[in-house]
Design a protein around this ligand. Structure first.
Ligand code: BG6
Length: 281
């Protein structure tokens, strides 16, 4: 079942129910902010203080960082993580191929307003498949006459029982840029989060696991060779308007990305898909 709904603040979203899962996707940002397999707890974290307001990104779920990840390389006045997460997507297709699967296709294209910020013609196609696993695939098509380079991320906020109980598998022996210090380091051994973490892993594998005390979450990335790991810890959570001071204990971002050296250059007519599949196993 696919239902069109609105939050109390007037933000439109699509609610999905099928035999395997439920999900919610806001049209602003093509932002999936809830996914829950039947009989399980939500896979994604969502801040209780999140703004569900026009022009403000939702804090939680899977914000789409695009066409640049992080700060704009040349103009710090431009929004962090690009403009896609606060732009409106259109629902262009929805299918229920069987009782366990729902597929949505959303679209966002260049306009006079995007061209004034980022001077390229593009189409962004978001395919979401809600079933026993969740797949989010973001396709960028270069519709311009000149090449462009994008950096991006499916900025996934996972819900965890307690950050102290969690370890991340799949990043061992991988080089990363520590965004907090600017240093490049190599991940060694079991990765546990014990302080603020903001890292871009490069030349990554494509399969990762979050090992929690009561479940294991599998992450499979495609079209990506970088992963961002972020937890704001207590000081940053306290400073953020849309998080509570102790929210860092129950969330962890593992972001399937095309970030830093993994930015992608697309020539006219070329397309690239950044994709993630998530499930509790
Ligand atoms: C992460 C970045 O991806 O997103 C962090 O690596 C950043 O540096 C975080 O703080 C949250 O960003 P925002 O813009 O949603 O507050």
């Amino acid at each position: 079942m696919i239902i069109n709904k609105k939050t109390a603040t007037g933000l439109e979203y699509i609610e999905i129910h099928n035999k395997s899962a439920t999900a919610k996707v806001a049209l602003q940002g093509g932002h999936l902010f809830h996914y829950q397999q039947q009989g399980k707890t939500p896979l994604l974290w969502l801040s209780e203080k999140s703004h569900f307001q026009t022009g403000k990104a939702i804090r939680g779920g899977i914000p789409l960082c695009w066409p640049w990840f992080g700060k704009h390389p040349a103009d710090l006045d431009l929004p962090q993580h690009g403009f896609a997460r606060t732009s409106f997507f259109r629902l262009v297709e929805s299918n229920e191929p069987d009782k366990k699967t729902t597929e949505l296709v959303l679209k966002f294209e260049s306009s006079a307003s995007t061209l004034s910020i980022w001077p390229y013609g593009f189409q962004l196609i978001l395919r979401i498949t809600v079933g026993p696993s969740l797949t989010v695939a973001l396709t960028t098509i270069n519709c311009d006459t000149k090449a462009f380079t994008i950096s991006s991320a499916l900025h996934t906020y996972f819900a965890v029982s307690s950050i102290n109980a969690v370890s991340v598998q799949g990043l061992d022996e991988t080089e990363y840029l520590d965004a907090l210090t600017g240093e490049t380091k190599i991940q060694r051994g079991i990765f546990r989060i014990k302080e603020e973490v903001d890292r871009i892993y490069q030349k990554t594998k494509s399969s990762f696991k979050i090992i929690d005390s009561d479940r294991v979450i599998q992450i499979i990335s495609e079209g990506s060779s970088s992963v961002v790991v972020w937890n704001p810890w207590i000081d940053k959570s306290t400073r953020m308007a849309d998080m509570q001071a102790d929210d860092y204990k129950t969330m962890l971002c593992i972001e399937t990305a095309n970030a830093f050296k993994d930015a992608r250059r697309l020539i006219p007519g070329e397309e690239h898909t950044l994709k993630v599949t998530l499930m509790e196993i």
